[in-house]
Design a protein around this ligand. Structure first.
Ligand code: FES
Ligand code: FE
Length: 459
């Protein structure tokens, strides 16, 4: 097999096909380390795709704000006096100073620390010092308001935004990945929405953002990395005195890996018909009652649908979720080709008993984030793989994505390309989407032209 030729510092449109060779299952290491490609990603992907910004439970009151990120930009998510949520660029229109330097809080107005221009809670420029004497009273306030996102969606409490006014509506963008993401956002007992963020972990790791996004598409193949965690048993439950594994709930389930035409990918599980609650917290009656109620009520509400148990997934490009435990969303914010800022938002049912919230909070920390045992395993892989892929010789050799080539069906009720075996098809689907953005395709192309079959026919 020929090695893939390295590309120069300035990849051209035609280089994308050389970088992403899906037919043969090879992807160039350049896309994980090359600064020029990184710059193009920010321009071609992060200014167009829908990005996760935060959760409405983080800003429950009027005047509440949470500073977030979209790609490499700082943005403010804010609730105005009327209760409407806005997202705008955290950069003053005068000389670019951050108008808000706090992570979160409550305010009646944003005052720029540099020369004191002030902006209202919906981003409008309000006050300009010496407006009459220095600007002849004619400075156009509307034209100098904070830059607002082109579209914003509140989906079951999660706030998403895009800079592209031509982007499809958020639900169209989600496509058939919706029912998988749903169950990270819905209450444990099957009620729609009703979750709240109980904390956000933020940390930086020395690796490309796509290592993390790809891992959460459903790279089940890396499970040996977590062998020590599984042996110790850090799962949320302690079944009949045994240590909880990470995946107790899915032990007897049939696993599915799905790639969607928009570039999203998920790993979910379908439980057998006879799936009963397993006693898990016998020495903690409040937890036992809560988890049993959630399990049985979810079955009652969703019927057959309750058998679908989402595990992990990535909504293209950089928002991943854990659907069961720990439950939450993670945004992988690119800093540089080899540096990523991870923000993990942990979710619980807003009306869960305080004992359950506290129990889950501890489990989330034990599992995820910079101190979480499982996330440490994953990050170790990403950062060593990055360090070992920046060398001149290493960069000449592409990564191998040949696992389970062609082993999927496009004729499954769950939609997309469904694999019933461990597969890299979801990663190949993610990079197929990545290549479409990098080629600057229209939204019809980015959405896969409706179906994978139609798309393939068009190609
Ligand atoms: Fe904000 Fe000058 S930079 S007022
Ligand atoms: Fe992992």
């Amino acid at each position: 097999m020929d090695i893939m030729p390295g590309v120069g510092a300035m990849p051209q449109r035609s280089d994308i096909d050389a970088l992403i060779d899906l037919e043969n299952g090879f992807i160039s290491r350049e896309i994980f380390v090359n600064p020029e490609i990184h710059k193009q990603e920010l321009d071609k992907i992060f200014t167009r795709a829908w990005l996760f910004v935060g959760h409405e439970s983080q800003i429950p009151n009027r005047g509440d704000f949470f500073t977030s990120r979209m790609g490499d930009e700082s943005v403010i998510m804010c609730r105005d006096r009327a209760g409407t949520i806005h997202v705008f660029l955290n950069s003053c229109r005068h000389r670019g100073m951050k108008v808000c330097r706090y992570e979160s809080g409550n305010t009646s107005i944003f005052t720029c620390p540099y020369h004191s221009w002030t902006y209202t809670l919906d981003g409008k420029l309000q006050g300009v010092p010496l407006y009459r004497s220095l600007y002849d009273g004619v400075l156009d306030r509307d034209a100098n308001s904070l830059v607002t996102v082109a579209k914003l969606a509140n989906y079951k409490g999660t706030i998403w935004a895009t800079w592209d006014k031509d982007a499809p509506d958020f639900l169209a963008y989600l496509g058939d990945a919706k029912i998988h993401l749903d169950q990270a956002l819905d209450c444990r007992d099957g009620r729609e929405g009703g979750s709240e963020v109980i904390g956000v972990h933020k940390w930086i790791f020395p690796s490309n953002w796509k290592f993390a996004a790809e891992n959460f598409l459903g790279d089940t193949y890396h499970n040996p990395s977590h062998r020590s965690v599984d042996l110790i048993g850090i799962g949320p439950s302690a079944i009949s005195g045994k240590k909880g594994r990470r995946d107790n709930e899915l032990e007897h389930a049939k696993h599915v890996w799905i790639s969607f035409p928009q570039g999203h990918g998920v790993h979910s599980a379908i439980q057998p018909e006879a799936n009963e609650y397993v006693e898990s917290f016998l020495d903690q009656p409040i937890l036992e009652e809560y988890f049993r109620h959630c399990y049985e009520e979810r079955k009652r509400r969703l019927g057959e649908g309750a058998r679908l148990m989402p595990f992990v997934g990535t909504i293209f490009p950089n928002t991943s979720y854990h659907g069961r435990q720990p439950r939450g969303l993670c945004a992988w914010h690119p800093h540089s080709p080899t540096s990523t800022e991870a923000w993990r938002f942990f979710l619980v049912d807003k009306d869960a008993p305080k004992e359950a919230k506290e129990y889950l909070r501890r489990f989330y920390m034990r599992y995820s984030g910079p101190a979480g045992m499982t996330e440490q395993d994953d990050m170790e892989n990403w950062l060593y793989a990055t360090a070992a892929s920046t060398g001149t010789v290493a960069r000449r050799y592409p990564f191998n994505y040949q696992q389970s080539m062609g082993a999927y069906t496009t004729d499954h009720p769950l939609g997309g390309e469904v694999s019933l075996q461990v597969t890299e098809q979801i990663a190949r689907g993610f990079y197929r989407g990545w290549a479409r953005y990098m080629r600057g395709e229209t939204w019809e192309g980015l959405m896969g032209g409706g179906t994978p079959q139609k798309r393939e026919a068009a190609e």
